[in-house]
Design a protein around this ligand. Structure first.
Ligand SMILES: [Zn+2]
Length: 169
């Protein structure tokens, strides 16, 4: 074997090693379609998010902030429609599952589909809570508690700033 054949083998191996990995995909459940769809997860830098979000949206959704009680856009909205992720547009909650919790934050008994959200334990602020995030873009949405009404007994306590309401026309 001539020496340059060996070089080509090395170059080929290097190009395979440095090839970008295929984007990660997840299954979500759109509100208006029947069945699961496969989507690419959304990953952006903080600078990219800041360009397309308000400061409050960024603080809540990308920095796990909490909006001031009774100040959000949606706690007192009772129209029919879909609440989407403010970052990536994933369908998260339906107005069908919204209830008046009296807390000052938009509250739901269930997400549109469990595939559309991710939960993780959150021990911050000396509390043992379960944080809810968007499954597609990892946006912080709020927390879930087990003191909700029927049928689930759950209270998804969300931040308006992490949601974008799309009223059903
Ligand atoms: Zn999202």
């Amino acid at each position: 074997m001539k020496w340059w054949n060996g070089v080509w083998v090395l170059l080929a191996a290097a190009s395979i090693a440095s090839a970008p990995a295929a984007p990660a995909k997840i299954m979500i459940y759109p509100a208006k379609k029947r069945g699961i769809v496969i989507v690419v997860i959304v990953v952006k830098s903080d600078a990219e998010w800041e360009m397309i979000m308000t400061r409050e949206e960024f603080r809540v959704a990308r920095r796990a902030g909490t909006e001031l009680v009774f100040t959000g856009e949606y706690w007192n909205i009772h129209a029919t429609g879909i609440y989407r992720c403010v970052c990536c547009g994933t369908d998260l909650f339906s107005s069908d599952a919204k209830f008046e919790s009296g807390t000052g934050w938009p509250s739901f008994t269930a997400p549109i589909a469990k595939e559309n959200i991710a939960d993780r334990s959150d021990a911050s602020l000396l509390m043992d809570r379960t944080e809810i995030r968007c499954a597609r873009c990892d946006a912080h949405l709020g927390h879930v508690f087990d003191d909700g009404p029927k049928p689930t007994g759950l209270r998804y306590c969300m931040n308006s700033a992490a949601l974008k309401f799309d009223p059903l026309k």
